[in-house]
Design a protein around this ligand. Sequence first.
Ligand SMILES: NC(=O)c1ccc[n+]([C@@H]2O[C@H](COP(=O)([O-])OP(=O)(O)OC[C@H]3O[C@@H](n4cnc5c(N)ncnc54)[C@H](O)[C@@H]3O)[C@@H](O)[C@H]2O)c1
Length: 175
Amino acid sequence: MIDRFQERLTQVEQVIGAETMNYETSEVTAELRELTGGRGPDVCIEAVGMEAHRDGPDFAYDQLKQQLRLQTDRPTAVREAVFAARKGGSLFVLGVFGGYVDKFPLGAIMNKGLTLRSVQQHGHRYIPMLLERMARDEIVTEHLATHVMPLDDAPDGYAMFKDKTDGCVRAVFRP
Ligand SMILES: NC(=O)c1ccc[n+]([C@@H]2O[C@H](COP(=O)([O-])OP(=O)(O)OC[C@H]3O[C@@H](n4cnc5c(N)ncnc54)[C@H](O)[C@@H]3O)[C@@H](O)[C@H]2O)c1
């Protein structure tokens, strides 16, 4: 699991037991390759979306083109996942994109033989099953609700979520 917010990485280590990487202090692609015997991950799940962040020239390029309305979304994390995945691997785009992106590495997808999949969460189909599994304690989500607050405080909750302040992962409002 890759992110830049240490509290999110720590939560994933403690609750899920997954290995984590901070992309601000790691060479992500090189380190993933090293962790996977030089091949790259079998499956990359991109859960970032059109507001991806990164240091470096490719992010500056993406942000400039987005601000000049020459592309609608920043595909920074998708691109990174394409380059990281192993040959013959899979890439799952879970983050939301709204329109057009530039410098999409179709050549790498084709020549590495990647399988590319995506989805919008299919609520009608999956939410009943997910709620049943939560009721049986098979899926635990309490740790995600880092800020539970009255509905009147919703503007503060949204601002905290947007700016990622005070370790906010999810703000939950109680009417
Ligand atoms: N496909 C669906 O059905 C579905 C459902 C829910 C949410 N989404 C989308 O998933 C995305 C994430 O949603 P969220 O609510 O978890 O948002 P969030 O803001 O809580 O999390 C996004 C995370 O991405 C990280 N990030 C930014 N750039 C990165 C990079 N280059 N590499 C690694 N991590 C990076 C941020 O640090 C942040 O922690 C959004 O695009 C959202 O719209 C899709």
